[in-house]
Ligand binder design. Structure first.
Ligand SMILES: Nc1ncnc2c1ncn2[C@@H]1O[C@H](COP(=O)(O)OP(=O)(O)O)[C@@H](O)[C@H]1O
Ligand SMILES: [Mg+2]
Length: 491
């Protein structure tokens, strides 16, 4: 079947998990879409269906992921994956070994408590404030990017050894069904079986209201044996814009079982009934003013990042210039490695956070060997990284060793250690790298995205494959057919 040239594409990708955790999963993937052709072609629509079978890695499935796509016309060409009735390839390949599918590995990267950065500076004053918060319904850690929210919570949860579920949110979690499926999966280790029991209530079909599944989740938690308090950490809550998600989180807070504490880390205050919770003494807040590094904390961070003791007045000046901003201090520390004139260096920069960031990123990047610099820029297009994926994107072997070197260099790469071989850049650092890439060699961006799309496609990760294909400006994306055959222009 010939496919009309694409003017606009819109659609959703749904992953439906039909079995509980620990079981053999039968997963159906469905892509619904609508293609609008150029003049004369009218409208074409179709559906991509298929199933993937995999052995669960111990968590509930990835749930339902919403994807809104928009592609502007870049000339004629088929978006072959979406040209109707095309069954999906079985997902058998695992990006980093083991039996789990790529989708499960990626999901797992969202559910594990990140490892705190090497050289974590203990901040007992903040840990105390968090511990006080255990009396309330909600702990809100609200501060701009790079203030140390994730490091603080990860260090706290790991140190406490208390039952806790962790979910690192991303834009796809604006779909309330996916959000709650992921939240239930995050709670599975502390409330075994919860995701398998709540999951079916999340559809398909999508429920008209999320009160019923959230009520079921509340009842599951309330009925769980033991009186241990359970923490549910939702990191990067600022990515949530969907009113339906906020409303259902508000419902959970309003009706929460006594043993549950919600912990949110966000760059901005979420539209939740904070004033009411505050008035009832149910809200603990940590904000930028609390998270700023004190001079002593800054001295410890700088010592570890710079690998040398700095004079007291330099530390004070740096803590002042960066306003105790963790990511700024870390960058300063890295820039100071091997610098002889720390005081002069400190005097050389001033200005806004953004300016400091650009300035310091430049400093830090320029100090890296060319190969590492190129690697950082090339891989900045990726949300999560593995050696194999980076090999595919950069077109060079040896990425695993390079990732380890980047981590050792303190360059904002967090290992997701329970998920062997996967890392994640700090989003702020990734943004800076991408800006630099765009500035230095904009021409390479589409090729990097396309290489990523091809890798995700080959591993059955439709959602990520499509996102990268679209980011690469590719309206001719070809996704895999069963048996490895590819769908071409004429299908
Ligand atoms: N307690 C800490 N000890 C050492 N470094 C830290 C600490 N907190 C933050 N950092 C540094 O700051 C960076 C940003 O911290 P992160 O917690 O990811 O910020 P946020 O979650 O607020 O964006 C980390 O990658 C690390 O380099
Ligand atoms: Mg964070």
């Amino acid at each position: 079947m010939a496919v009309p040239p694409v003017v606009a594409v819109s659609g959703t990708v749904n992953h439906m998990n039909a079995a509980g955790p620990g079981a053999s999963l039968e997963r159906a993937t469905r892509v619904e879409f609508c293609l609008r052709g150029t003049a004369g072609e009218g409208k074409a629509s179709g559906r991509l269906t298929g199933a993937a079978r995999a052995v669960s890695a111990g968590h509930g499935g990835p749930g339902r992921s919403g994807l809104r796509m928009r592609v502007s016309d870049r000339g004629p060409g088929p978006l072959a994956a979406m040209s109707g009735g095309l069954p999906m390839a079985e997902r058998t390949a695992a990006p980093s070994g083991g039996d789990a599918t790529g989708q499960e590995v990626l999901l797992a990267t969202k559910l594990y408590v990140p490892r705190p950065p090497a050289g974590l500076v203990a901040r007992p004053r903040l840990a105390e404030a968090l511990a006080d918060g255990r009396a309330g319904a909600l702990v809100l850690v609200s501060a701009p990017a790079g203030f140390g929210k994730t490091a603080l919570l990860a260090g706290w949860i790991r140190g406490e050894g208390r039952p806790a579920g962790w979910l690192s949110l991303d834009a796809g979690d604006n779909d309330p069904a996916r959000f709650w499926r992921h939240a239930a999966a995050a709670l599975d280790p502390v409330c075994p079986g919860i995701s398998g029991r709540v999951g079916p209530l999340l559809g398909p079909p999508t429920p008209a209201s999320f009160q019923e599944p959230v009520t079921a989740l509340i009842n599951e938690l309330a009925g769980a044996p033991g009186d241990d308090e359970v923490l549910l950490v939702l990191d990067d809550y600022h990515v949530i814009e969907a009113g339906a998600v906020h409303a259902s989180v508000g419902f959970l807070l309003e009706h929460r079982p006594p043993g549950l504490r919600l912990v949110l880390a966000s760059r901005s205050d979420p539209p939740l009934p904070l004033a009411r919770l505050r008035a009832r003494g149910q809200l603990t807040e940590l904000r930028a003013a609390d998270l700023r590094f004190t001079v002593d904390e800054a001295a410890a961070l700088l010592r570890r990042a710079a690998g040398a003791e700095l004079p007291g007045e330099s530390v004070e000046a740096l803590a002042g210039r960066t306003e105790g901003w963790a990511v700024g201090l870390q960058l300063v520390g890295l820039s100071l490695r091997g610098h002889h004139d720390a005081v002069g260096f400190v005097a050389a920069f001033s200005g806004s956070h953004r300016y400091i960031l650009d300035f310091l990123t430049e400093e830090v990047l320029d100090r890296q060997p060319e190969q590492m610099r190129a690697f950082l820029l090339d891989t900045s297009v990726l949300e999560r990284l593995s050696g194999e994926l980076c090999d595919a994107v950069t077109g060079r072997p040896g990425s695993q060793a390079m990732l380890e070197a980047v981590e050792r260099a303190g360059l904002f790469l967090t290992p997701l250690d329970e998920v062997r071989g996967w890392w994640r850049y700090h989003p702020l650092f990734a943004d800076l790298l991408r800006a630099r890439l765009q500035q230095d060699r904009p021409g390479t961006l589409p090729a990097l995205h396309r290489a990523a799309a091809a890798w995700f496609d080959a591993h059955g990760l439709v959602h990520e494959a499509i996102e990268h294909a679209l980011a690469g400006g590719d309206d001719r994306a070809e996704l895999r057919r069963p048996g490895g055959a590819r769908r071409g222009r004429d299908g």
